[in-house]
Design a protein around this ligand. Sequence first.
Ligand SMILES: [Zn+2]
Length: 252
Amino acid sequence: MSIVDSGSPPLGGASPSQPLAGESLDPARSRCRLALTRAWAVIFEVLVPIRCALCGAHGRHPVCAPCARAMEALPLISRTMRAAVPSGACTLYALGAYDGALRAGILNLKFRNCEAAARTLGRLLGRKLPPVPWVVVPVPLHACRLRERGYNQAEAIAEGIVEGCTASGSHLRHALVRVLSTDAQSSLPLRRRQANVRGAFAVRGDVRLNPARPVLLVDDVVTTGSTIAACSRVLRAAGTTTVTAAALAIRL
Ligand SMILES: [Zn+2]
């Protein structure tokens, strides 16, 4: 089956009220199960406080209210990445500079299980983006790193962006695959990063991109733009005419 970008509803997957494969179709039983799940989530939230991914404060939200307000107050960063992107310029939007609490939060997304915080920060970024019905495509992790980390932080950020953006976009979460297991970009000097990701990405064979729809390529942090350039190259080769990038942070 092909994955076709046809303006599908955001955040694919069954809604909580829809039975999953193999589940009972008994509506009363489904409602009861849903109510129990929600009740357990509330009890768990009260009994086991979580820590804000940005400042570490204990509370009930993955990003505490003061940190969320601070992120909301940041002016959206917009940069044109001419040198890094082949076949034309690419606009990069970022929530903020890679510094302070935002930097600490992004490190937590990479090295701790902070999927909910990634989604929250993505939502904050999505609210600031121009209201374009993007096809939101996250930068993929290699399968080995995905197994180690348990989730792709760019995918969680992309989910949040679709939730936060006022235009009705779609999340094509598996459009790209990382075919080479490369060194972490953050572990390399700047001059070696472009070569490190050369040939590392591909568009999945069963994905058909609609050239008329703009792609929003999502990563957690952008430094040299080498990863964005490598992904942009394969997306354009697959028919996309407009690629814009979004990240939680940019190294200025
Ligand atoms: Zn906080």
